[in-house]
Write a protein that binds this ligand. Structure first.
Ligand code: ADE
Length: 227
């Protein structure tokens, strides 16, 4: 999979995508992440990427031309399955969206900034708008990092024990059960007996019960929403 990220702050997005699982996925050749500085596509000597909003609205708006230029350049190199724009008014990001995106070959993520991008880009070029939550970030870079991280770990082969990604919270619409490691007892805090029993069927049953119980208690909407 290839992810092209377009931003006015390349340094902000670089580091979160250079460690841990994403780093290994890149090394294994399972994902290529290319970051593009939008300013490189500005045509004037000041590298202008924003301008005043028509109609007197406060704040700056990202200009059409540099965005069209970079997206047309990328699209001339390969076909893109989705051109995503990060914005607080996009579709709420979810594990199921991450699952679908992880199966694609090439995607572009355009990071929003300032007051946003000229509406004509949203109407004519963007195929999907994603919000990572009902709050406003200073820019779309952290959202793009979150989206990329959630997608990359799901690409087949990225996590060697694939069942590990499959048993994540939300993967089956439920929160994950609690986990424990050694020692089996610490200051009288004990690991549940069933996990030490070696009885795989009982352990699976316990995990499912815990998942359901935690989801009902902490995120009842996840269960109700399915009904
Ligand atoms: N840009 C600013 N806030 C955002 C959010 N909540 N999700 C995605 N992009 C954003």
């Amino acid at each position: 999979m290839r992810i092209d990220i377009i931003t006015v702050l390349p340094e902000l997005i670089k580091s979160p995508l250079e460690h841990s699982i994403i780093k290994r996925a890149k090394e294994k050749g399972l994902v290529e992440i290319v970051i593009h500085n939008l300013r490189d596509y500005a045509s004037d000597k000041y590298k202008t990427v924003d301008d005043y909003a028509f109609g007197g609205e406060a704040g700056m708006v990202m200009k059409i031309e540099p965005i069209v230029k970079v997206i047309e350049f990328l699209s001339s190199q390969r076909d893109y399955d989705e051109i995503i724009y990060t914005s607080p008014d996009g579709k709420p990001f979810s594990q199921s969206t991450a699952n679908s995106l992880s199966l694609l070959k090439n995607i572009i993520i355009l990071c929003g900034h300032y007051k946003g991008i000229d509406q004509r880009i949203r109407e004519n070029i963007i195929s999907m708008e994603i919000s990572i939550g009902d709050y406003v970030l200073s820019g779309g870079e952290l959202a793009a990092a979150v989206i990329s991280d959630a997608i990359v770990r799901l690409i087949p082969g990225v996590i060697s024990d694939e069942t590990s990604a499959l048993s994540d919270s939300f993967q089956d619409g439920l929160l994950a059960p609690p986990v424990y490691t050694r020692p089996a007892e610490f200051r009288n805090w004990k690991v549940p007996d069933v996990l030490l029993s070696g009885n795989a069927a009982e352990i699976d049953k316990w995990r499912m019960e815990q998942s359901l119980e935690r989801t009902r208690k902490l995120r009842p909407g996840l269960i109700d929403d399915d009904n």
